[in-house]
Design a protein around this ligand. Structure first.
Ligand code: ADP
Length: 477
């Protein structure tokens, strides 16, 4: 049995801005089910959704500041959560990274340095909690100072650092390093210094005992200049301690058999009921109700990473094909505008919803036939896995977690019942269009299509698998 301190800046359902929160809300539960002793630690933001009882457990002094630690639990579980309570930094409106006006916190380095200092006090059993972890599992740059601060202590727990997205690094001017009063011996090119700047992410990578990321392919990709965001050298130097573990899914929330957001539940044995979800989605989206036309779907943040521009480049051709397209997303305003223009021009073919809508996301996964995910890079990705569970065939670019979770439908994989989607290599609209045409052909071969749907629906996307891999890693260090 291992004692694990799991540190993250967001944890679902307490607070969420993205995929990190899903991992931090699910992996600790799965580790507990494997009989591990786990504590989750995160800042006590004002906007935390507290459904369970919260109580004060101790006070800790760091860097001349007194900070309280509060205790609560992950809802519907016995997982203990420690909230770092520093009202001056965290009891303010906004999200973990942005202030009320949507600008990055002016004091974001102070916020997460304090968080890291408290994690270190807990890790060293100096917080009067009478509990010392064997492993501190850090996630993303907001926890990046933990491994470096622990490196100057003795008798420390081991550290694992997980990268959820290399694009976010926590880089600040050199002066911030001194303002934060960080130990001088950490300032060097194999430490926290990154081109004369302070990098929280590099700090995590430089000092952690093990580095992981959220898919095996992304673990290889980030060792190259195209994906490494300047840290490819550090990562390839550390390749022996770097590995990829794919994220699991919340199988209760994403289950077509029990999903209360969709019109008609179904499973692999009652797949014909999926059509009811298709026709009600078409009606809801003000598109002609037509059972036989292939419907394409997309749910995403509309940002460069997700390759939405490739889809926009394909739309001129797609509107001449016998298909419908339903998109839900928000992000880049010019992308939103272009998409809305297409919907206005082709109201019988294209439906665009700008915004964030969980229920509609479920209805799209259940109602469409084909899901588009042409990401430029994708550390893990969730929607391609949800799609498979819902018998919706994903078209993905072969990168990161998309490459690891989709088996391209080629004659061999179709024959041996391993095909679960369609993938393409080049990051351009020509390659995407070809994949779309390939999907249309396959869709018309009803027997093969159903075979691919069933293979996809029967795949195991549980957290148990991934939690076992993390546990093996904790045991190895
Ligand atoms: P990322 O974390 O890079 O945004 P993922 O595919 O890993 O991408 O996870 C995105 C999650 O957010 C998925 O659960 C997806 O369904 C959800 N999502 C993204 N945009 C929307 C939206 N506009 N409405 C509802 N859910 C959304």
């Amino acid at each position: 049995m291992k004692k694990i301190l799991f540190a993250a800046s967001e944890v679902h359902p307490l607070i969420k801005t993205g995929g990190l929160a899903d991992v931090a809300g699910s992996l600790p539960r799965a580790l507990m089910e494997l009989s591990q002793e786990i504590r989750v630690i995160l800042p006590n933001y004002q906007s935390i959704n507290k459904t369970e009882e919260v109580r004060f457990i101790c006070s800790v002094r760091v860097n001349n500041q007194d900070v309280n630690i509060l205790e609560t639990q992950l809802p519907d579980s016995d997982v203990i959560v420690w909230l770092v309570d520093c009202p001056e930094l965290f009891d303010v409106p906004g999200n973990p990274y942005l202030d009320e006006s949507g600008n990055p916190w002016h004091n974001i380095a102070d916020r997460f340095t304090l968080f890291c200092r408290i994690i270190v006090e807990v890790a060293m059993n100096r917080a009067h909690l009478n509990w010392q972890p064997d492993v501190v599992h850090c996630n993303d740059w907001q926890t990046g100072l933990v491994p470096s601060l622990l490196s100057i202590e003795s008798n420390t727990p081991s550290t694992v650092f997980t990268i959820h997205n290399m694009a976010y690094q926590g880089v600040f001017p050199e002066s911030t390093f001194y303002d934060l009063n960080l130990p001088r011996e950490l300032w060097h090119p194999s430490g926290v210094e990154f081109h004369q700047m302070l990098s929280f992410l590099k700090s995590g990578l430089s000092y952690a005992d093990r580095i992981t990321t959220v898919s095996p392919t992304y673990a290889l990709e980030i060792q190259t200049p195209e994906f490494g965001c300047g840290l490819e050298g550090v990562l390839s130097h550390k390749h022996e301690i770097l590995s990829g573990i794919i994220n699991g899914l919340d199988l209760e929330q994403w289950n077509p058999e029990t999903d209360t957001s969709i019109s008609e539940p179904y499973n692999a044995d009652t797949l014909s009921s999926k059509i009811i979800n298709k026709t009600s989605l078409q009606a809801r989206s003000s598109l002609p109700v037509n059972k036989s036309v292939p419907v394409f779907g997309l749910i995403s943040r509309l940002v460069d990473q997700k390759g939405i521009d490739l889809v926009i480049d394909c739309l001129d051709e797609m509107v001449n094909m016998s298909l419908q397209f339903i998109l839900l997303g928000s992000g880049d305003k010019s992308v939103e505008q272009k998409l809305m223009n297409f919907a206005r021009l082709y109201p019988k073919k294209i439906s665009i919803t700008i915004g964030y809508d969980e229920a509609l996301a479920h209805q799209i996964e259940a109602g469409v036939d084909i899901f588009l995910m042409p990401s430029r890079f994708e550390p893990c990705g969730l929607n391609q896995m949800y799609s498979q569970r819902y018998g919706t065939i994903p078209i993905v670019r072969e990168t990161g977690g998309l490459a690891d979770t989709i088996k391209d439908a080629l004659p061999k994989s179709i024959n041996n019942n391993t095909a679960t989607g369609i993938s393409f290599k080049a990051s351009n609209s020509g390659a995407l269009l070809e994949a779309i045409k390939r999907a249309m052909l396959l869709y018309n071969d009803k027997k093969t299509w159903k075979k691919i749907q069933i293979t996809a629906m029967e795949k195991d996307f549980s957290w148990k698998n991934s939690a076992e891999q993390y546990l093996a890693l904790y045991q190895e260090i």
